[in-house]
Design a protein around this ligand. Sequence first.
Ligand SMILES: NC(=O)c1ccc[n+]([C@@H]2O[C@H](COP(=O)([O-])OP(=O)(O)OC[C@H]3O[C@@H](n4cnc5c(N)ncnc54)[C@H](OP(=O)(O)O)[C@@H]3O)[C@@H](O)[C@H]2O)c1
Length: 289
Amino acid sequence: MAKVAFIGLGVMGFPMAGHLKVRGGHDVTVYNRTSAKAERWAAEFGGRAAATPAEAAKGQEFVFACVGNDDDLRSVTTGKDGAFETIASGAVFIDNTTASAEVARELYAAASAKGARFIDAPVSGGQAGAENGVLTVMCGGDAEAFDRARPIIEAYARMVGLMGPAGAGQLTKMINQICIAGLVQGLAEGIHFGKKAGLDIERVIDVISKGAAGSWQMENRHKTMNAGKYDFGFAVDWMRKDLDIVLAEARRNGAKLPVTALVDQFYAEVQALGGNRWDTSSLLARLEK
Ligand SMILES: NC(=O)c1ccc[n+]([C@@H]2O[C@H](COP(=O)([O-])OP(=O)(O)OC[C@H]3O[C@@H](n4cnc5c(N)ncnc54)[C@H](OP(=O)(O)O)[C@@H]3O)[C@@H](O)[C@H]2O)c1
């Protein structure tokens, strides 16, 4: 049993912190900006709710965070009453936020200055993956800190990998999002074309999903896309935040991402249709408008 804090009890963080308590059997203290959520978590899982990230992090062996973006992450770490005010020397800070590689390196340096370790550890698998404790976790940081954190992270994960030094976890998550962007657009175009051609989409997918065109998105999203339902998981606003991070990194490293850049603009059009909170498969709605 380890002494653990979890900062950020959103759609992802709430169940992830729950797995640390129930499945991992750890001593968990939580912090959430909107305190009602932290109190609800403490009532449900029996842990302690702290008033600030600094209070939550004090005396812990492992401190987790899962907040929105780079600035949110800075606010709960190096900001006023942030976790880095109190983090213990030797503690490991594990960040599950999808953020930039730049902020990961910056916070790795800030944690090191306190004698602590920072691991960027963005996740893939969505709300269902968090609730079922089967996330994929892509880590960047030191091997020694990773080896200590890995068994703790495994409480909410099916796959945990160390990808390289600080920032490598975020870079891997960027590749994940690049691969998804073009794929979902292809799936949307296929379904759109099938409908125009007068084919039975269920029948089409039943057959082609067993061949070379098959994908997780096809298996898990075709039914809801065909029904025009877009409230299943990862929101367009989050995807645009992620693609913004990806395209900024590509400008730095010189990678050419023409399809990713185009799909990002398509998501901007989905937002203009009112789809900010629709899930990422709503690229089909744009074709059918
Ligand atoms: N949802 C998914 O399917 C999914 C999948 C993979 C990765 N992710 C990534 O995981 C992260 C969290 O996603 P989510 O869906 O859990 O988001 P969410 O439900 O909106 O939760 C965000 C959490 O961050 C807290 N927060 C935001 N800004 C803050 C600040 N400045 N100071 C303190 N706390 C702050 C929020 O507190 P309040 O409760 O006070 O608002 C909330 O607890 C994001 O980086 C997202 O891209 C999400």
